[in-house]
Design a protein around this ligand. Structure first.
Ligand code: AMP
Length: 281
């Protein structure tokens, strides 16, 4: 497994791979890897000849009061996981490499960044779109893999790729969960045992939605209220948002007349967790 820290070396290696007729699959991550990340790697390995994983905790996607400094990092552990998974190359640049002095260019995807996490984390998707655009330019992947846990991120990246005529196939992959339903996340390491129990309220609210739909309820506000009451009844929880939106445009739905996404962000004490699920009606 190659470990590459510079843009120049990465581009050279990947140009040679391309020229030899091989396809490149790419998985961007912020490290502190878990089975959710590895599921993306596994799919990339199935679909492509050469799989690249990037590890970069991207400062431009964190707000001033967010967890950039304490975001968990462990390159030694990540390296072993990626080696075991059969990854061909890890791109592990420094912040100075990605944002050298004088850096001034950002990618701003409009509209689909307005609701949900975009509304609650100003500038977040500007940072995400910028770093993913840069990484696509460096890696030139044929396909790139993103988890649907970050559902809005997948929509934003697909929008960017289409609007900027990028030759990358963006693949959204299912959410990988712990056996008790908690969506895997690098941030779960922040949770104390008690907080972790409360964190189950996110995924455990989905059966409530199912039940409401079965009973014929179609008013989004009623379903959202039920979910909010359930989550709020758990200690340490503070709801950032619970929304029901069109699964493609992310526009808010008042009345449920089509397949929809329920998406939520909840603080469990200081840890902000997200989860979502698509429901067919
Ligand atoms: P991160 O390191 O958190 O930026 O995540 C890197 C990629 O892994 C993103 O595309 C995430 O959506 C994806 N990912 C993170 N957690 C999960 C999960 N539980 N299931 C599937 N994909 C995930």
């Amino acid at each position: 497994m190659l470990i590459v820290n510079t843009v120049c070396e990465a581009k050279k290696i990947l140009r040679d791979i391309k020229n030899s007729g091989k396809s490149i699959g790419f998985v961007p991550t912020m490290g502190y890897l878990h089975s959710g990340h590895i599921s993306l790697v596994d799919q990339s390995k199935k679909d492509n000849d050469f799989t690249v994983v990037s590890i970069f905790v991207n400062p431009t996607q964190f707000g001033p009061n967010e967890d950039l400094d304490k975001y968990p990092r462990n390159f030694v552990r990540d390296e072993k996981l990626l080696r075991d998974a059969g990854v061909d190359m890890v791109f592990y640049p420094s912040v100075e490499t990605m944002y050298p002095d004088g850096y001034a260019t950002f990618v701003n995807v409009e509209r689909v960044t307005d609701p949900l996490c975009g509304a609650k984390r100003p500038g977040h998707f500007r940072g995400v779109a910028t770093i993913v655009c840069k990484l696509f330019n460096i890696v030139s992947p044929d396909k790139s893999y993103f988890g649907l846990k970050d559902y809005q991120q997948v929509i934003v990246i697909k929008r960017m790729v289409e609007d900027l005529n990028m030759d990358v196939d963006v693949v959204g992959m299912p959410i990988v969960r712990e056996s008790d339903g908690l969506a895997m996340s690098s941030r779960n390491v922040y949770l104390s045992p008690d907080e972790r129990l409360s964190a189950l309220s996110l995924s455990r609210s989905f059966p409530l939605v199912e039940k409401k739909l079965k009973s014929g309820e179609r008013r989004a506000s009623v379903i959202i209220k039920d979910v909010e009451d359930f989550i709020s009844s758990h200690p340490y929880s503070r709801i950032d948002y619970v929304e029901i939106v069109d699964k493609d445009s992310l526009e808010k739905l008042d009345f449920i007349d089509r397949p929809f996404l329920i998406a939520m962000a909840v603080f469990i004490n200081k840890t902000r967790l997200i989860d979502n699920k698509i429901f067919e009606v």
